[in-house]
Ligand binder design. Structure first.
Ligand SMILES: [Cu+2]
Length: 248
């Protein structure tokens, strides 16, 4: 009798073991490193019109990983603000808005989990933001000019190399400072507002910088360069410079 019982329980035990193994594999499969499922949400703070709230869920739980950037782009693509929401508690961030005109904006929330922006998580939100009374714009930023040197624009899908000259009061920029560890941030947005990319350009001496973009399709794009320029009095100037390109 006992033997019979034992014979019966063996297959059952094996099925149970198999199910348990499948269960472990499934749990493990939810968050293999580098393949997390992100959910990002953005809303206006009901307590303060000048503050945005961002939540980040990873694999169904409030969590945060890497660094969060908020790129606030006016609907007419004339103004771009490069901001960084601050974490208040796990997976909950707040962003106090800089001074800007009232109107419609695309807010691209970007999460970077390594040094570059190649595998960044990006999500667009479109919102009407209340305006704040703009204080006089930093006059220092107006001292910096952007001039194209060599634009090797490639067809959609290939990497375009764009070389620019940055000038401070008419002379090539001699010294770059850093913002978030980088001398020159670059941004590109498609005319239809559906595609956005944040990257970096490398200074190559003589005030020149090299920017690279892989534009996804033919059409017009607006490019922004955000250099940190060290002026003669060691003051750092950080303008947002704008340029338009057409991709064939
Ligand atoms: Cu950033």
């Amino acid at each position: 009798m006992t033997t019979q019982h034992s014979d019966y329980s063996w297959p059952l035990l094996r099925v149970a073991t198999a199910l348990l193994t499948v269960g472990i594999l499934m749990v493990g499969g939810c968050s293999p490193s580098g393949h997390d499922d992100y959910k990002i949400d953005l809303s206006a703070d009901p307590q303060s019109a000048a503050r945005l709230l961002v939540t980040q869920d990873i694999n169904g739980k409030p969590a945060s990983k890497g660094m969060m950037h908020a790129h606030i782009l006016s609907a007419d693509q004339l103004a771009l603000y490069h901001e960084h929401p601050q974490q208040r508690e796990t997976g909950k961030f707040a962003l106090d808005l800089a001074e800007h005109a009232a109107g419609e904006y695309d807010i691209w929330i970007e999460i970077t989990t390594n040094e570059g922006h190649a595998n960044a998580v990006l999500k667009r939100f479109t919102m009407n933001l209340p305006g704040k009374i703009a204080s006089a714009q930093d006059p220092g930023a107006a001292r910096i000019a952007l001039q194209p040197v060599k634009l090797a624009l490639k067809p959609a899908g290939a990497v375009s190399d764009l070389e620019f000259l940055l000038q401070l009061d008419g002379s090539p920029v001699a010294q770059f400072g850093k913002f978030i560890g980088v001398e020159v941030h670059t941004f590109a947005v498609s005319n239809d507002r559906q595609w956005f990319k944040h990257d970096h350009a490398e200074p190559k001496g003589g005030g020149k910088v090299d920017a690279h973009f892989r534009f996804p399709k033919a059409g017009e794009y607006v490019i922004f360069l955000q250099p940190t320029v060290v002026a003669e009095d060691s003051r750092e100037l950080r303008p947002m410079l704008r340029f338009k390109v057409t991709v064939q």
